[in-house]
Ligand binder design. Structure first.
Ligand SMILES: Nc1ncnc2c1ncn2[C@@H]1O[C@H](COP(=O)(O)OP(=O)(O)OP(=O)(O)O)[C@@H](O)[C@H]1O
Ligand SMILES: [Mg+2]
Length: 361
């Protein structure tokens, strides 16, 4: 966990991989992009791997036309690269890598089950994010890769992605049906045929045929996938990988954040830093401002109370975590939809000192 009183920049400054996790809509993509920018400004060569970013941030970062291949976000910053995950392209490349022949590759990618797997199986996008991360790490082109994670409920799913996909590909029922049974298993083979028929009656013969063809074509490739899943797990467990939990101060977001901390712990990783985004800013009333409207003091007091309430909720929440403190980003007056505002967020991050969790009174 390192020195508990480190600034955010110290905490993430020498990490090779930073994974931003957190509930939906709290600013994961923004934080990933801003953290990347901060590190790039401090001399690291950075790639931010975003997933499905808000459209305006995507265009601000020049990501409108961008896929898996990193591009420079701005000509003026040779250290700041961004890429947007293309799960299908990543999956296709993986199939190509592990197929033993062009024919096998073609048979798999043309199969409707594969096309469904790529677009619909929950966890595929997340799994591919890790795959792409691994490829980018392997290329040794970057000092740091900041990984954004997918929106909303998928944010929790992503932690289980590798095992879920591996589970699907390990599907024993289909494997059993595919293998020509040894002679002494004849009676069971008959039963299996009966089972195939029953399944076909329910889901349609085409679906069964496609699925069996898919697993047939896929045989031999799982080993490559499994091996890669192991290597990705090692990368994710490495000391050089840091987990940054992003949340808003809203109680439901924090509750969902705690669940993610627990889930992460369950698979052997610790959240290293907590970033609470969009805190109510601190305002001051300039007593010399003669134009301030009469209700200005009330407004100010309301905002101060709001901020204090957020702080109290966070302190209580933090008492359940094994972390010393948290980092704070304030809510900006505008959406983070261009590089100038993103730079403001990065500057806020540069000033982020650890705020210790206070004991509840
Ligand atoms: N500190 C901030 N001040 C003002 N607006 C912000 C701040 N941080 C994020 N936003 C805005 O909040 C919205 C959500 O941010 P973002 O897309 O980064 O969240 P997310 O966690 O990635 O969402 P999702 O879970 O949908 O992927 C965006 O419109 C972004 O510009
Ligand atoms: Mg996002």
């Amino acid at each position: 966990m390192g020195d508990p009183l480190m600034d955010l920049l110290d905490a993430i400054g020498t990490k090779e991989t930073i994974v931003c996790i957190g509930p939906g809509g709290v600013g994961k993509t923004t934080s990933a992009a801003a953290a990347g920018l901060l590190l790039a400004k401090n001399g690291r060569k950075v790639c931010v791997l975003t997933i499905d970013p808000a459209r305006r941030l995507a265009s601000a970062l020049g990501l409108d036309q961008v896929g898996n291949e990193p591009v420079l976000a701005s000509e003026e910053m040779p250290n700041y690269w961004v890429a947007m995950l293309d799960p299908k392209q990543t999956f296709d490349a993986m199939i190509a890598r592990y197929s033993s022949s062009k024919a096998q590759e073609q048979e798999i990618v043309d199969n409707p089950v594969y096309r469904n797997l790529v677009t619909r199986l929950s966890g595929t996008q997340e799994y591919m994010a890790f795959e792409r991360l691994w490829e980018l790490r392997e290329s040794q082109r970057f000092d740091t890769i900041v990984v954004d994670t997918p929106p909303a409920q998928a944010a929790i799913d992503f932690l289980h992605a590798p095992s879920r996909l591996a589970g699907f590909l390990d599907n024993r029922v289909f494997k059993f049906m595919l293998k020509p049974p040894p002679i002494y298993l004849r009676p069971i083979a008959m039963a299996t045929r009966g089972l195939v028929k029953q399944i076909a009656n329910v889901v349609g013969a085409d679906v069964v045929n496609d699925t069996m063809n898919f697993f047939q074509a896929f045989s031999g490739i799982e080993d490559g996938f499994r091996q890669r899943a192991l290597m990705t797990s090692e990368l994710l467990a490495s000391e050089t990988t840091s987990y940054l939990l992003v949340s808003s101060p809203a109680p439901d977001a924090l509750a969902s954040g705690s669940r993610m901390v627990e889930l992460l712990k369950g698979i052997g990783h610790e959240v290293d830093s907590v970033l609470i985004n969009r805190m109510t800013p601190t305002y001051v009333l300039d007593p010399r401002d003669v134009n301030a409207p009469p209700q200005a003091r009330d407004d100010l007091e309301r905002l101060v109370r709001m901020r204090a309430r957020e702080q109290a909720v966070i302190d209580e929440w933090g008492s359940g975590l094994s972390l010393q403190g948290w980092y704070l980003l304030e809510d900006l007056a505008s959406d983070v939809s261009n590089l100038t505002v993103l730079n403001e967020v990065a500057e806020m991050m540069q000033r982020c000192a650890l705020v210790p969790f206070r004991e509840a009174e």
